[in-house]
Write a protein that binds this ligand. Sequence first.
Ligand code: GLA
Length: 515
Amino acid sequence: MRKKPQAILGIAIAFLFFALVPGAQNPSPQVHAADDDLALTPPMGWYPWNEFGEEPQNEKLIKEIVDALVSSGLREAGYAYVGPDEGICFSRDAGGKLTTNLVRYPSGLRGLGDYIHKKGLKYALYTDAGTRTCSKAMPGTKDHEFEDMAAFAEWRADYLKIDWCNTEGQDVVKTYTKLHDAQHAAGRPIVHSLCSWGEGEPWKWAASVGHLWRTTGDICRPGRADWGNAMKIVAANEKLYEAAGPGHWNDPDMMITGMAGLSETQNRSFFSLWCMLAAPLMAGNDLRKMTTSTIQILTNLEAIGINQDPLGLQGRIVRRSGKVEIWAGKRLFDGSQAVLVFNQGAAPADVRVAWSDIGIAESAALYVRNLWTHQTAGPHRGGISVRVAPNDVALLRISKTTAFPVPPIIVADSYLVSLHAAGPAAQKLTGAITVKTNGSDELPLWKVRPGLPSWLSVAVTRNGKSQTLTNTVSTAGVKKGLYHAVVRADNIEPLSGKPMSALYYDVDLEVTGSR
Ligand code: GLA
């Protein structure tokens, strides 16, 4: 089980480096899904299944989506993990190795990952724990766990969804534990997204072998949102609130916001529910064709701040009044509380949220921020009254002060530095990536820990909310060849000295010409 961070802001940051160098010049690090400090807040990104199903998935589509993710502002709002779902289309060669389908992915699965990393995004891939994927079109990992996890590491995946089709006779705990061990052996830190649709009650055991687990069946058939089914999924997930926390999340499935079949109100309510549920925010709509309203919903930083809160609490229903639900139980890092009033009825509802509903003394004088209208009211004593239209929500934040800080949301301009040294003379090369914080607070200056491979050093400079990580290579004494390092950046909580979140990126060095 993961530790719970105690605070987030005012953090000192340090780096821990390790190298993965072909030719085993450096030993591979040992990575444990529950100890890599990945997914300390719910993963955010995009997956194709809800909108597209399997057939149209190919390199062109994924690249267009990646470009739309950046140009629409979703990247700045924190959406990072993106890549193919079952349309990944690999096959297994005679030697048992997974191979890319170059017709569907002409740059290869590694090439697609490089494209995604250069855009400042992280690479999400897909597989299945059984003999075949759900469509039976692709091989599953059964009996190939170690070689397949090595392939995903080679393709430089950062996130892997592992489906549960065609697993007759397999034990769910043993299977996902083996896949975790295989990933550990492959040496690349990867978010493990377990997808057994609740089979085997993963909320009871999966925190030590993965970062998130599907709790329920598919939220819709590809191409059309299904509100009724989504509400059943919400009801099932609501009960599981105790299992969620930093590094281990209940996953009620990819989002349907922005898909055909939902009204604007339902889009907003759905997103609010996913924020309160501390659910992974994996968009499932066609990012190339978003209305302004869909973009505004998906990029509402005040709502995202609830979802990305570092305490990682999952909200729950604390009171029902007819068809109206009052959700709370989501205390936030600054001491404020998130509250959701959700009207599932057919008529508008006037609802009183009493402070006692959310565990606060009636005498408290509190400010109320509406996270959709972006207005603050108060101070109020005893409670507040809100009017909520059918299917609509009031998403609120309640605090003793008028400050409603959004926690740091990390956005990078790239996750890949590629350097090339030609000719026999020693050279000094640099490549930088910039990491900034979208949110109310700046991050303190990052510190570099010792432990870099001998050919690499990193300097950090700060410029307001941006920090530049300058990777410098001196090729003196470095032989011809390809070198690769995965750099890890940690936010360290100052009181406990424990990492608050980890950022990983790749550095490639190619040295040609003998020295
Ligand atoms: C399962 C998963 C879906 C999707 C499909 C692909 O149904 O739950 O999210 O990945 O498989 O076939």
